[in-house]
Design a protein around this ligand. Structure first.
Ligand code: CMP
Length: 143
């Protein structure tokens, strides 16, 4: 079954949005297989956002994501990678549709509440960066 890495960013954690965001993915029918509140070390942030290294906003991106705790999650389900991206909305909250997470809560592109893997390769890479194998759970839903 497909898995993705999702992360409530420091702005979302501080605005008490963890519950709402988890609830959206639960109600959609996806399965939470791993989760933790953590403060990202600078080196991990630089690795995670490595593809943006040459961008002018890289420094700002790393300092923001390490500025306070994030809520890191692994979700499982059919087409969870692309469906989660749809539920998150456009990267720039100003362009994100109402009803999406960023459309409802985002303020600006650098503080856009949530991160989600953009492809199967990114999902695999990001899950292994943030979680040990034993932190991921397997279960059959009983309801
Ligand atoms: P995310 O999905 O976490 O992946 C890369 C992040 O870079 C993106 O969300 C935005 O928060 C951030 N980002 C993109 N463009 C800019 C920008 N122009 N200035 C600051 N941050 C940006």
């Amino acid at each position: 079954m497909e898995r993705t890495y999702l992360m409530v960013k420091p702005d979302g954690v501080q605005r008490n949005l963890i519950g709402d965001i988890v609830s959206r993915f639960e109600k959609k029918g996806f399965t939470l297989v791993g989760a933790k509140l953590m403060t990202i070390p600078k080196e991990l942030a630089e690795t995670h956002y490595g593809e943006h290294k040459e961008r002018p906003f890289f420094g700002e991106l790393v300092s923001f994501i390490t500025s306070g705790p994030v809520f890191a999650m692994v979700w499982e389900g059919e087409n969870v990678i692309s469906t989660a991206r749809t539920m998150m909305g456009s990267t720039n909250p100003a362009e994100a549709a109402p009803g999406t997470i960023r459309g409802d809560y985002g303020v600006r592109v650098s503080m856009n509440v949530i991160h989600g893997s953009d492809s199967p390769a990114s999902a695999e890479r990001e899950i292994s960066l943030f979680f040990e194998e034993q932190e991921l759970n397997e279960y059959d839903k009983v309801v």
